[in-house]
Design a protein around this ligand. Sequence first.
Ligand code: NAD
Length: 492
Amino acid sequence: MIKPTNLYIDGTWQEAISKEVRTIYNPFDNQPLATVAEGDRKDAQKAISSARSAFESGDWRYTTAAERGRLVYLLGDLIEKNKEKLAELETLNTGKTLAESLWDMEDIAGIFRYYGGLADKNEGESIASPNPNSQSLLVKEPIGVVGMICPWNYPLLQAAWKIAPALAAGCTMIIKPSEFTPLTTLLWTSLAEEVGFPKGVINTVLGPGHSIGAELAESMEVDMISFTGGIVTGKKIMEAAAGNVKKVALELGGKNPHILFEDGDWETAIDFILNGVFFHAGQICSAGTRVMVASSIHDKVVEHLKQRISNIRLGNGMENDTQMGPLISQTQLDKVSNHVQKAIKEGAKLVVGGKRPTEESLKNGFFYEPTLLTDCTADMAIVKEEVFGPVVHVEKFETEEEAIKKANDTIYGLSAGFWSQDQQRVSRVSKALRFGTVWVNDFNVYFVQAPWGGYKQSGQGRELGHAGLEEFQEVKHIYQNFKPSPLNWFGN
Ligand code: NAD
């Protein structure tokens, strides 16, 4: 029996006002997992006023930073203690392998500990003012009530990137997980309840983006929206947020190039290409689906990729030998399939995959075979658009300049990686790539100390690291004049 399943508002678990519910499915076999409350705008309004009152009361923001940090850190410990249970739920709800979900949970525990530790090490400063008889202080204060809107691919991990720094900063919050994957956020909420944050500091609401999410984005009582999800939704949120000019932090999609120069260790790189694309069936914002290979090594790289991709084992994420699970839904499956069909029509060559698997055991799940396309050129949609599925395409290039130009020719700017053993090239290329993260001789490495975020339309703001805490803070300048004397500008 999966529990909890209700909304958590103002310190109590409650049904949706409308009493509506939603069934949550396992994408591995499309079987129901749980029935959860389905909130709407009214529930969101209730949660917003709870978070507003908790912020105004000062119980959380005026408690010491050390005490806030202690509770956030404790939550990290509790997540660690419950990591198996959380990981199982994440796998059941998203289809990703249990090993991936366990990494996520360990990562999440570390995120809470990092921000718990950072909470009281975030000093303000004194600055030089032009008046010698004055003092100028910069103090950091919590931004206020934060609405958090999360995606389905990393339900609790993406939530943790927001929750841990926001709480450490002294904000109060309303979180809305994806309507498809609320289960770990609910279990996390019950752990937070156990830790004992003041009433109203944490509110968890469930329901669709167009009602609950839109209410959070539009509300005059919310000071900031922290959103992770698709670019189209991100733009809608920016518009909705304009009503009270609330701060908007956006972590959006990516079309992330993974470049193999002729002097790179291409055999090792192949392994990283596979990890970069097929982890969580490619449903990762930083998936390195755009592989660019120097023409001199192109054919052998494609041949090796083909062999390795054909051997990837699809299955139930709960089973040990599964390497790749399903997509999240039929909609996502159709989207991925359409992308591949379109690419083939536009002239791409299908090397492997390109269809649903035929095994009986996979037939009810939203599986798509790991897919490799070659002969792709810059004008094709597959090169420009985020697929968010297990599809990698290969493009050729002749020179370093061409590789950089092609890699940067995208509306996105989340992450990029490249392989080279020439230190001068490493220096040139890593500076020239216009992406929030650049990996050299590696791919898809994240850690809580390093800020994460996108250039261009991949988003705005940064999560993780010190920058991730500062997102949830205002900087106030307090100027005190110790020896005021009249200016007599308007006479005396
Ligand atoms: P999505 O945009 O469809 O949904 C994300 C969230 O927004 C959900 O909770 C949804 O209910 C809500 N939402 C939908 N419409 C809304 C509206 N009008 N107003 C307010 N909220 C609304 O995204 P998704 O399909 O859940 O996630 C996949 C996307 O997320 C991909 O594009 C991926 O690249 C991106 N992503 C980015 C990062 C990053 O770090 N940059 C990380 C993970 C995922």
